[in-house]
Write a protein that binds this ligand. Structure first.
Ligand SMILES: *Cc1c(COP(=O)(O)O)cnc(C)c1O
Length: 378
């Protein structure tokens, strides 16, 4: 298999130390008492990144499992759910909520902008009888970061639980779960955390636990049932055998992030420099505001297609970037500058490759992407 420089917005590159950790000898995670401590320590490290005292769980499945587990565990048939939508993941939350019987009402935002908190406030003044609201921290397909720091406290004021998909933001964008009143926040191993795909994690507030425990209708799932995990540590019991090698990797990846202690600033600096380089070159970003610091989405210039750019990037430069799906299919190119991808030298190489690629199709731009980047980043 060809192994290109992976510059997609997840999965991201996995550092050698994380890969080595995954290769370590295993123990029996259901029987070895040390493993329960190791799992707990991994959760505690995640709590530091999330800035929370809430319980954190790691589940054996990709980010989508976290999203579905939150819906399965919190929603009862007939519950009114607000789905805050300004992108593909925001919109898609509805499908998961409906599987578990929710009556879903959309709050629709502009797809090229971050959620407008003032407009949401006006909406909630008229209608706020919702058990919970789903929202997306960073809309990965469009490269937009939503102001969850303002949205979650607003929802909290109305007694609406917040369920936040922060899969592509945790480890790259600021997040303060406790201070921002975030009830359920979920992440994945393969985005800014830069571990191998396969794990999701959730922080669960007291209020959310209460809702899970006081349901009338039992949770219609086993794998997605967060309630099963309530006493895992006290009872030293997991609902199913834990993917121990993945958890070794996750623990090591989080340790790397915590040791660096400068990851938010690094993402801010690189994200800004990538955006400015694209604009200086006369190319157009997809978002009009709310620019993500973990992924940049650029409109494909006229005269070239996504597959032409993608194939050329792979064949000539051995660099993998991404397009997008749904309504953005063939409209945008995405560069993932999250986690291990988010270093100057990697973005320099990527933008140099992209610069050559775009020009090779006869498209004229102002100057060079990588030269702009050097000027912007230093
Ligand atoms: C990556 C991601 C997920 C997980 O979904 P996959 O496409 O299966 O990787 C969920 N939410 C967001 C916002 C993501 O970026």
């Amino acid at each position: 298999m060809r192994k290109p420089l992976l510059m997609t917005p997840g999965p991201t590159q996995v550092h050698e130390s994380v890969r080595q950790a995954m290769a370590e000898d295993i123990t029996n995670p259901d029987l070895d008492q040390d493993f329960f401590e190791y799992y707990k320590e991994t959760c505690n490290k995640l709590k530091k990144i999330l800035k929370t005292e809430n319980d954190v769980l790691i589940l054996n499945g990709e980010g989508i499992l976290g999203l579905e587990a939150a819906c399965a565990s919190l929603i009862e048939p007939g519950d009114r759910i607000l789905c805050i939508d300004n992108g593909i993941f925001g919109k898609g939350f509805k499908d998961f909520a409906e599987i578990y019987g929710a009556e879903v009402i959309y709050y629709k935002g502009d797809y090229r902008k971050a959620i407008d908190v003032e407009r949401l406030k006006e909406f909630l003044e008229k209608d706020n009888k919702f058990k919970l609201a789903t929202l997306v921290h960073c809309e990965t397909p469009s490269g937009i970061t939503n102001p969850v720091d303002k949205i979650c406290p607003l929802l909290n004021k109305y007694g609406i639980l917040s369920v936040v998909d922060s899969v592509s933001a945790i480890g790259g964008e600021p997040i303060e779960v406790d201070r921002w009143n975030m009830d359920v926040v979920l992440g994945g191993s393969q985005k800014c955390i830069s571990a191998s795909p396969g794990l999701t994690f959730l922080s669960i507030s007291e209020k959310a636990w209460k809702v899970i425990k006081n349901r009338e209708v039992p949770i219609a799932s086993f794998y997605c049932n967060l309630g099963l995990w309530e006493n895992w540590y006290k009872e030293k019991w997991f609902p199913y055998t834990q993917p121990i090698s993945n958890i070794y990797g996750l623990n090591t990846a989080i340790e790397r992030i915590l040791e660096e202690n400068n990851y938010i600033e690094r993402h801010r600096k690189i994200g800004k420099a990538v955006r400015r380089s694209i604009k200086k070159a006369g190319l157009e970003l997809y978002p009009l505001d709310g620019f993500s610091n973990t992924v940049t989405t650029m409109l494909i210039p006229e005269g070239v297609t996504f597959s032409e750019i993608n194939n050329h990037m792979l064949e000539k430069h051995n660099i993998m970037i991404a397009g997008a799906f749904d309504y953005l299919k063939d409209k945008v190119v995405r560069i993932g500058h999250m986690g291990e991808n988010c270093y100057e030298e990697k973005l320099y190489i990527t933008l140099k490759g992209l610069d050559e690629t775009i020009k090779s199709f006869g498209i004229e731009i102002e100057g060079s992407l990588h030269k702009h980047f050097v000027n912007e980043v230093y």
